[in-house]
Design a protein around this ligand. Structure first.
Ligand code: ADP
Ligand code: MG
Length: 304
């Protein structure tokens, strides 16, 4: 059964360096002229939907517009054109107060550089979102402690972020987002700064948390392995546009162009080196195992 769309982005574009909304950037010569005049077209014609409970991965090379896109969903960056509807509400039409309330209550964001408050303890960082929402101190500390336990950080709650390793800080970032109790998570390369083994653990942990909490997640990465491991569906970005949207095995089986194919070939080489088809060892399932599992877990046909 198809789940309800939670996020719907239609025809988003973002130009840096020009206030002219009416520039027709679909016209190649207008586009070139604008770029010659110093306009950066970070997004153009981006449309997609994200369904309830899915991990929707936005993947692409550095500079392809991933961060601009995920920030536009919250209007942390103001899109130049287009519409964003979240939980049935038109985010693009919200005034300042509505927008603040929306950001506090309906979405949580996790960044690559953790974004923790340096002068607050782990406990305060995790409960901060609840404080903003007016949850009484005892209740918010209890909730925060429960979350901190869930990611194995009990005993660290009185420490400050700088006393924690990168992986631990990112765990705090994730449980802080969880503690906000919003149904939507936006994650911009949250694991990119971590060592490969820690990164792998964090991916596993995210999948475990997702199995329990059933959030709707937009996850940005430049790494196809990570995208395949986590995503129910992937959107592949190139130069500010989405070139392909599909379930992991569709992307692997039918890359639409050379840009996507290059990622896929790299990935296949890696999979060969890792010995796909051999018996999975413990939690480290084979990549093909991941595809089928993730798809069985809710991969949907592209609906955008
Ligand atoms: P990604 O996250 O995929 O690496 P970004 O969304 O950060 O890509 O950037 C997309 C493009 O927009 C890049 O060319 C980048 O240089 C440009 N860009 C991003 N932010 C700004 C800004 N504030 N001013 C001008 N150009 C920007
Ligand atoms: Mg980025």
């Amino acid at each position: 059964m198809k789940k309800a769309p939670v996020i719907k982005a239609s025809n988003l574009s973002k130009m840096f360096g020009s206030a002219n909304k009416s520039l027709n950037i679909n016209n190649p010569s207008v586009r070139t002229q604008a770029q010659n005049n110093g306009v950066v077209i970070a997004l153009s014609g981006v449309s997609f939907t994200v369904n309830q409970g899915e991990i929707f991965v936005v993947m692409g090379l550095s500079g392809s517009g991933k961060s601009t896109l995920i920030r536009c969903l919250l209007r942390l960056i103001e899109p130049t054109t287009g519409q964003i509807v979240v939980n049935g509400k038109d985010v693009t039409a919200m005034d300042e107060a509505q927008l603040l309330n929306f950001r506090r209550t309906e979405v949580a964001m996790v960044f690559q550089h953790y974004g923790l408050l340096p002068h607050r303890t782990v406990l305060d960082n995790v409960s901060f979102g609840l404080k903003l929402r007016g949850v009484p101190v005892k209740e918010r500390e209890e909730k925060a402690m429960a979350m901190i336990r869930k990611v194995g950080l009990s005993g660290w709650e009185r420490n400050y972020p700088s006393q924690l390793s990168g992986g631990m800080q990112q765990r705090v970032g994730i449980v802080r987002a969880l503690a906000q109790e919003s149904d939507i998570f936006l994650m911009d390369e949250p694991f990119s700064g971590l060592d490969p083994l820690i990164r792998r653990e964090m991916q596993e942990q995210l999948l475990e948390l997702q199995a329990e909490f059933d959030k709707t997640i937009v996850f940005v990465t430049h790494d196809l392995s990570e995208a395949l491991r986590l995503g129910n569906r992937l959107a592949i970005m190139k130069d500010g546009s989405i070139v392909q949207i599909g379930a992991p095995q569709e992307i692997m089986a039918r890359p639409v162009d050379d840009y996507v194919r290059r990622f896929v070939v790299d990935e296949q080489r890696l999979a060969q080196i890792a010995g796909i088809g051999k018996k999975p060892v413990g939690k480290l399932r084979t990549l093909s195992g991941f595809y089928t599992e993730r798809v069985a877990a809710g991969g949907e046909e592209d609906v955008s």
